[in-house]
Design a protein around this ligand. Structure first.
Ligand code: TYR
Length: 325
């Protein structure tokens, strides 16, 4: 796999392809980041962007994880004290999950976002941005029904972080894309470069295959789940015998295989008793998808295998959480 392929695999969107191609020509020492509002436990959405960070580390990038404590505060996620505490636990879980400690820079937003230069630059971005644009940028991120002034400042700070962390590539789930598009427009107006961005896909709700999986509404998989919890959630998951169910639905079991299991596991094995044809072995996601589509792979066998792999992936983080308790 060449660097461009590794950097962009499983991305829903890159902005722009030309800019990412230029980074892929010499990835060594280039910097990429993801920011997270600290929350107690990692869930499957965090792990999807973490997989991308692991890809980037393998391609030679330096990786920055921003523990966005000020952003969490602005977005109503608790007191500074609570947010700090969950941020530390979050960092430990990322390391347990497989981010390379020596190649990962963990930063708190509050380390630099209160500096005078930052605040003055922020005010400049505020002058360049309409309230309605900031509000739109937050449509997939804000907590609560009305957008507060704090939440309108939020996307401008997110834009400025890219400049202050000196990163070449901003990573986020598709729900971050409007913030990044705002950043591309507004940063150059204040004399900064427009950032290059990569967005990871959103996984559909596990039980219905609709929309996006969310820890706040539907069923999500988190680092706190026991082996039995995972088995139960995956067993109850929506998994029609096809990759392309009707309408807007997705097959979340296949999505998790594609975005979570195959990037981390060399050979994916679906165990089956001999009388049902014996084990199936896949090197690539597309082969597993094709087998589900053709009927060679039964959804129940796919689910059982998925639960086992997911459990392996989250076990180290779950263990770490237990130690920290
Ligand atoms: N907006 C991100 C979220 O929804 C958090 C974030 C904050 C990302 C600041 C980047 C950033 O610079 O979780």
């Amino acid at each position: 796999m060449d660097a461009y392929e590794r950097i962009t695999r499983n991305a829903a969107e890159v902005v722009t392809e030309e800019e990412v191609e230029a980074l892929a020509e010499d990835p060594d020492g280039k910097r990429a980041y993801v920011g997270y509002e600290p929350s107690g436990v990692l869930h499957i959405g965090h792990l999807l962007t973490a997989n991308k960070l692991i890809d980037l580390q393998e391609a030679g990038f330096e990786v920055v994880v921003l523990l966005a404590d000020v952003h969490a505060y602005l977005n109503d996620k608790g007191t500074f004290e609570e947010i700090r505490e969950t941020a530390e636990r979050m960092k430990e879980q990322f390391l347990a999950y497989g981010l390379d400690e020596d190649a990962t820079e963990f930063r708190y937003g509050s380390e630099f976002e209160n500096d005078e230069d930052y605040v003055l630059d922020l005010h400049e971005l505020e002058r360049e941005t309409s309230i309605s644009r900031a509000e739109r940028a937050m449509s997939e991120i804000k907590s609560g029904d009305t957008v507060r002034v704090s939440q309108a400042v939020y996307p401008l700070m997110q834009a400025l972080d890219i400049e202050y962390l000196d990163v070449d590539l901003a990573i986020g789930g598709m729900e971050q894309r409007k913030v990044h598009m705002l950043a591309r427009d507004v940063l150059p107006k204040a004399g900064h470069d427009a950032p290059t961005c990569l967005h990871t896909p959103l996984i559909a709700d596990l039980s219905t295959g609709e929309g996006k999986m969310s820890s706040s509404t539907g069923i999500s998989i988190s680092m706190e789940d026991s082996t039995e919890d995972i088995a139960e959630k995956v067993n109850d998951a929506f998994c029609p015998p096809t990759a392309n169910p009707d309408g807007d639905l997705e097959n979340p079991v296949l999505q998790i295989f594609e975005y979570h299991v195959f990037p981390r596991v060399e050979d994916v094995v679906v165990e089956r008793p001999d009388e049902y044809g014996g084990d199936l072995r896949y090197e690539r996601y597309a082969a597993l998808e094709a087998d589900l589509d053709s009927g060679e792979l039964h959804p129940q066998d796919a689910k059982t295998a998925l639960a086992g792999y997911l459990d392996d992936l989250i076990a180290p983080g779950r263990e770490r959480l237990r130690e920290l308790r």
